[in-house]
Ligand binder design. Structure first.
Ligand SMILES: Nc1ncnc2c1ncn2[C@@H]1O[C@H](COP(=O)(O)OP(=O)(O)O)[C@@H](O)[C@H]1O
Ligand SMILES: [Mg+2]
Length: 502
């Protein structure tokens, strides 16, 4: 039996089969879970509101009359003693030894209200207390928010919140849980697309470093021999049918040579091949031009780097794009490695994995043409077909409005942290299962480190206080003052150098 906190009262519109009001003996928090005896089981309710009431102040006339006459009610009457704390709750379900029923009958006024019992609540919410990933605590419950890995990842998830709300921090907590996970519980591999170098810190971390490999922009390479004519045409979207026909010839010729022991080929080999090929001058020039553009990207080499076998259970590969300025290069990297991962997973070459994409609205945008959004088709494909192959997607975004509807709608779990922008809130309301107007109001009031989990991963929307991370947090962004000072120092140093030279 847990602590008794109050007693159900009858009000004008409660109790019903959905709603209760109860006078509180002990304060409870909004969003806290409470329970009461309900025919053969325990009904679990979520506190939706807490308010105060006082019989001395019920009648507007008498209150305004005393104010007019300068009479302070609290001096005349024992008003304080009559102040009542009233809780209101939404009944979520009735828990009867493993079976959860929908509430169909109101409780009687006078029924005693208790804090929800821990184990029952864990079961009711669908937590996995044995093997789940520990993201923090269920808010106000002293209950670890241990989320079942399959339920969280298999049908993909999204972390949505405004900038600074703690998205990357939460993602880091999830990463720690995977890297620390007991192998016997079944584990996955991690690959993250990291546009700001936020996860690169894991590679330098004292405890996690040896399980994390970071590849920076110039270290990332795509083996040219792995690029099909179809991909080529996709990356250079202005390729005409005639031009495609010509490059198919070139590529199949090179592949034939490779199969005959020629080894992997480079851009230089391809350039030579095009020069020698029998194609019309104009097409030739266009392709040579494209090869030059590919050269200047400093991305295409003989072999993939990282190679696909770097994806291992309980380890993470970080593609750190923070030093990549070329927008197209970032798109191609994400598209190529996303495709490669998915294909390798379908062939059973690599373990089940999670592909974590930061700034997902840039890689799978909603309203940009596909010749700019080169990675979108990759991401939506994993979103649509990944689950069958245990290829999971984690999308992180501060602009849910700008994120592909196809991709977002396939993310069956949403972790929502603080959001105040009305358009984003509207988008979340439409795309997240179980997000009621009530929940939306709470989302704009969340503080850093707090969030709500909705969808597949939990049986009811659950407010969570994210735990502290164990890994070291590396500063990535400088503030404006620091950047300004750094610039001044640089200019002064250059000036000194010139002065010394003169
Ligand atoms: N759960 C948390 N506990 C403590 N500090 C946090 C937590 N979540 C975020 N922070 C802090 O808030 C700041 C912003 O977090 P960050 O994850 O970078 O936000 P976002 O990725 O949403 O822009 C960071 O300085 C981080 O340390
Ligand atoms: Mg971030």
């Amino acid at each position: 039996m847990t602590e008794k906190v109050g007693t159900i009262i009858s009000t004008e519109d409660s109790p019903t089969s959905e709603k209760i009001s109860f006078v509180l003996e002990k304060p409870v928090n909004k969003e806290q879970f409470v329970e009461y005896d309900a025919g053969g089981g325990k009904a679990i309710a979520r506190v939706s509101r807490v308010r105060k009431s006082n019989i001395f102040y019920h009648n507007p006339e008498s209150v305004s009359e005393s104010a007019k006459n300068n009479v302070k009610l609290q001096e005349q009457f024992p008003t304080e003693e009559r102040e009542q704390l009233i809780g209101e709750g939404r009944i979520l379900g009735i828990y009867t030894s493993k079976l959860i029923r929908r509430p169909s009958f109101p409780p009687s006024p006078g029924t005693e209200i208790y804090l929800a019992e821990k184990n029952r609540l864990a079961d009711f919410l669908g937590l996995d207390m044995e093997k789940g990933l520990n993201l923090g605590e269920v808010q106000f419950q002293d209950l670890d928010a241990r989320i079942n890995m399959t339920k969280l990842f298999q049908k993909h998830f999204a972390i949505l919140a405004q900038s600074g709300a703690g998205k990357s921090y939460l993602a880091s907590v999830m990463i720690e849980e995977i890297l620390d996970r007991d192998r016997d519980n079944g584990n996955i591999g991690l690959v993250s697309i990291d546009p700001h170098g936020e996860y690169a810190g894991f590679g330098r971390d004292h405890d996690y470093g040896h399980r994390v490999e970071v590849f920076r922009g110039n270290d990332i390479k795509i083996g040219l021999s792995n690029i099909t004519p179809g991909k080529m045409a996709h990356y250079f979207s202005d390729v005409s049918t005639a031009q495609k026909r010509e490059i198919i010839k070139v590529i199949s010729e090179m592949r034939k040579k490779m199969r005959n022991g020629g080894g992997a080929y480079s851009l230089k080999d391809m350039e030579r091949m095009i020069e020698e090929a029998d194609m019309d001058k104009k097409t030739k020039r266009i392709w040579l031009d494209r090869i030059n553009r590919m050269k200047s990207m400093n991305l295409f080499g003989l072999y993939d780097q990282p190679s696909i076998d770097r994806v291992e259970q309980g380890k993470m590969v970080v593609l750190d794009l923070s030093d990549v300025i070329d927008y197209k290069k970032k798109q191609i990297i994400t598209a190529y490695f996303g495709d490669r991962l998915f294909k390798a997973r379908m062939n059973g070459e690599i373990p089940p994995f999670l592909f974590l994409v930061e700034e997902a609205h840039n890689f799978a945008p909603e309203n940009r043409s596909s010749d700019v959004a080169l990675a979108r088709s990759t991401i939506t494909r994993i979103a649509r077909e990944g689950r069958k192959f245990h290829a999971s997607l984690g999308l992180i975004s501060q602009r849910p409005v700008g994120l592909s509807t196809t991709a977002l709608s396939q993310c069956n779990t949403h972790m929502i942290l603080r959001v105040t922008n009305p358009n984003d809130l509207e988008r979340i309301k439409q795309s997240s299962e179980g997000v009621t107007s009530d929940v939306i109001r709470s989302i704009s009031g969340l503080r850093v480190g707090e969030g709500i989990l909705v969808g597949e991963a939990v049986d009811y929307p659950t407010f969570i206080s994210i735990r502290q991370r164990k890994s070291e947090e590396f500063e990535t962004g400088k503030n404006l003052e620091e950047a300004a000072l750094e610039y001044r120092e640089k200019v002064e140093k250059e000036k000194d150098e010139i002065d010394a030279f003169m």
